[in-house]
Design a protein around this ligand. Structure first.
Ligand SMILES: NC(=O)c1ccc[n+]([C@@H]2O[C@H](COP(=O)([O-])OP(=O)(O)OC[C@H]3O[C@@H](n4cnc5c(N)ncnc54)[C@H](OP(=O)(O)O)[C@@H]3O)[C@@H](O)[C@H]2O)c1
Length: 246
């Protein structure tokens, strides 16, 4: 992946239908990659992204409804994507949820749902694409973590644990699969303007952001672009946070 083209490559973007994932899907398509857009339930949003990708970038794209926390369903969807596109080269584990609440009152369900989607979901997808990546001796995995996984955040003990876990997962996968030509990196966004940040317990305070503004989805998509082409970078956690966690 040294040249700045992804023509002939296939990328899976989980949560590729909205927010950061949508920007990532469009960014990789703009370099010629075919895109498998994974979404949880909002079919209309997913179909719109697929339509935009096909119309604007003339690559292949298809939407897949999948709950990434379901191990067997991930296996089936990865097989389906391989059948549809031939093979897979890039996996962006971006699907994520929040179920914020103060620790002393957090429901078990809210802890489990966040860990199962954000952390186990990434494991499930990596687990099921890894055979293909190893066979191809090529693969790029990018996990969307968060500054909450580095700094912690009051009211987000479940979310922070899932995002810190993603960093450990990233580094282990990077070490284990590097000899097979596979890279694995993480991105830790700060406060990015999407549906997810609309209802946070603690509203982002601009004073906490050295660069003085919230991020936008393109800021994160540009980091994904960098890591996709950065052939000598693996096991890295790239902060895209306006300086919050420096
Ligand atoms: N926004 C921020 O400030 C920020 C900061 C740091 C990290 N992040 C991380 O960046 C990622 C994207 O965040 P965002 O703000 O763009 O979120 P978002 O706007 O809420 O979009 C979430 C996406 O994930 C999908 N999704 C949710 N649960 C899923 C599941 N179980 N299986 C498959 N897909 C699922 C959704 O599909 P449907 O539309 O079908 O529900 C949607 O496409 C998340 O991992 C988040 O934790 C965000």
């Amino acid at each position: 992946m040294n040249e700045k083209t992804l023509t002939g490559k296939t990328a899976i973007i989980t949560g590729g239908s909205r927010g950061i994932g949508k920007a990532v899907s469009l960014k990789l398509a703009s370099y010629g990659a075919n895109i498998a857009v994974i979404y949880a339930g909002n079919e209309e949003a997913a179909n719109e992204v697929v339509k935009k990708i096909i119309n604007e970038y003339k690559v292949e794209a298809k939407a897949y409804r999948l709950d990434v926390s379901d191990f067997n369903a991930c296996k089936e969807t990865v097989t389906q994507i391989k059948n549809d596109f031939g093979t897979i080269h890039i996996l962006v584990n971006n699907a994520g949820i929040t179920r914020d609440g103060l620790l002393a009152m957090m429901k078990e369900n809210d802890y489990d749902a966040v860990l199962n989607t954000n952390l186990k979901g990434a494991f499930n997808m990596i687990r099921h694409v890894s055979g293909t990546f190893i066979k191809n001796r090529e693969g790029c995995i990018i996990n969307i973590s968060s500054v909450a996984g580095i700094l912690g955040n009051p009211g987000q003990s479940n979310y922070s644990a899932s995002k810190a876990g993603l960093i450990g997962l990233t580094k282990s996968v990077a070490r284990e699969l590097a000899p097979k030509g596979i890279r694995c990196n993480a991105i830790a966004p700060g406060f990015i303007a999407t549906a997810m940040t609309e209802n946070q317990i603690e509203n982002p305070l601009l004073e906490r952001i050295p660069l003085g503004r919230m991020g936008n989805t393109d800021d994160v998509a540009e980091a994904v672009e960098y890591l996709v082409f950065a052939s000598y970078v693996t096991g890295e956690v790239l902060k895209v946070d306006g300086g919050i966690a420096m």
